[in-house]
Design a protein around this ligand. Structure first.
Ligand code: NAG
Ligand code: NAG
Length: 429
């Protein structure tokens, strides 16, 4: 520990010659507030847009937090009962330099596939499912996202960016305007009958047993309004606040894992050998306990999946993502120990950030670094619970984990000793 402390002081002296930097390292933290491209919503309508090359801090940096909320054109925060934030997702990608982009009818840029390389998180879902670095939903205003020191999500490392490419960021924002709708909760749960939808976004007929979810509330769909209700269309933004520090070799990198309770993981044994196959469906349906066979649990729907973690490490941060009706989610180790439990908090008022019956925050885990370790190859179990005294469609059970493969003292001994001594030489020259 002594080593870590003195190294910290050293960097402050070397890296930040102004006096305000002394004391705590936090003064190195930079903050930027950005607005997403504008999206427009009228009563009952849905916007689900993908915007590329969004404003984001540039350079070789370590991200320390990412907070967001929906605001109107005057910059005023919008309550969830007017604009339900179904989800927002921010993802990292590499794009070939000097490429041309063209613009679609709705003003959104289209990129050719071959020029676009998604930089996935370390999570286990297949292909480009849940690839994001950050993402939350209605709980975004009251969910802590800070990455504690000396950890950070390291991005923009020039050594990692493929030749001829640059690193960029994209955002997907899915919001539902529920002003004047007949059933606010039904619209937020994307119940197909409220959207009068029988085909998905691509014109494919929906399964007859598909009652609700993302396939019924895609971009430009319309939830059922009360007879005669009229309201203005309005412009909205996701306002996001990013904190980061410039990269230095005292930062201990964390990996992001996003796990999905719908992942039907299996190992298929084919000619190529044992192939792990993940199939994350992102959302699922919770049947009401009065119709289902779930009454045994006292109207608690319990969904679980077990996933092998090829690589483990020390858990630095954890949080679940659930929708209304969620009662909490827990990640267990192979021996049954609790790795992290995350519980939703529901609003009980009218004001922004406390909207009654919406999930307005999720509790987070910040275990003392070193105290919770996932072993390489360990099979962990994700459990997501919902109150099914009534049924829910399109619910989610994600778990977001930040894992450090080394603790600070290990990190410095293994990777930074040479630069540490170089720094000492600089100081005493
Ligand atoms: C629902 O959709 C059908 C066909 O797409 C259409 O004929 C019908 O008018 C719609 N109903 C309402 C209430 O919008
Ligand atoms: C589920 O919600 C109902 C209605 O709000 C409540 O009465 C019941 O106690 C809840 N059950 C659980 C398991 O949380």
């Amino acid at each position: 520990m002594d080593l870590v402390f003195s190294v910290g002081i050293l960097v402050l002296i070397l890296g930040t010659p102004y006096s305000s930097a002394f004391g705590k390292g936090e003064s190195n933290v930079k903050t930027s507030v950005f607005l997403s491209p504008k999206f427009e919503l009228g009563p009952g309508s849905v916007s689900n847009k993908y915007d590329y090359d969004i404003d984001f801090p540039r350079g070789h940096i370590a991200l320390k937090s990412f907070d967001a909320e929906v605001v109107d054109e005057a910059g005023k925060p919008v309550p969830l009962y007017e604009t339900y934030l179904h989800h927002w997702v921010v993802a990292r990608y590499y794009e070939r330099k000097y490429m041309t982009t063209h613009t679609s009818n709705d003003g959104h840029r289209i990129l050719e596939d071959s020029d676009f390389i998604m930089v996935r998180n370390s999570g286990t879902c297949q292909r480009n499912i849940l690839p994001q670095y950050f993402g939350l939903g209605s709980e975004t205003r009251r969910t802590a996202t800070a990455v504690p020191d000396p950890y950070g999500i390291v991005v923009g490392d020039p050594a990692e960016i493929p030749e001829g490419h640059e690193e960029k960021w994209m955002v997907n924002i899915h919001a539902i305007d529920t002003r004047g709708v007949v059933d606010k909760m039904g619209c937020t749960e994307c119940r197909c009958e409220l959207y009068n939808v029988t085909k998905d976004e691509y014109g494919e007929p929906l399964r007859s047993d598909y009652k609700g979810g993302l396939h019924c509330c895609y971009d430009q769909t319309q939830c059922k309004l009360r007879e005669g209700f009229e309201g203005p269309k309005r412009g909205l933004y996701l306002r996001y606040t990013v904190k980061w520090v410039d990269w230095n070799d005292l930062i201990v990198p964390v990996k992001i894992y996003i796990l999905d309770v719908t992942d039907t993981f299996k190992i298929s044994d084919d000619s190529r050998g044992m192939i792990p196959e993940h199939h994350c469906r992102i959302e699922y349906e919770v049947e009401s306990c009065s119709t289902g066979q779930n009454y045994v649990n006292g109207c608690l729907d319990v969904k679980k999946t077990s996933l092998p973690m090829q690589k483990g490490g020390y858990v630095i941060y954890g949080v679940a993502h659930q929708h209304s009706g969620g009662t909490g989610s827990t990640l267990y180790g192979q021996d049954g120990r609790v790795i992290c439990s995350s519980i939703p908090s529901y609003g009980n008022g009218n004001e922004v950030g406390n909207e009654a019956d919406y999930i307005v925050g999720m509790s987070t885990c910040y275990p003392r670094p070193g105290s919770i370790k996932i072993i390489d190859g360990e099979t962990i179990t994700l459990e997501s619970n919902y109150n099914n005294s009534r049924g829910h469609t399109g619910v989610m059970g994600l778990f977001y984990l930040l894992v450090a493969e080394q603790l600070p003292h290990q990190h410095f001994t293994l990777s930074s000793r040479s630069s540490f001594f170089m720094n000492i030489n600089n100081v005493f020259d």
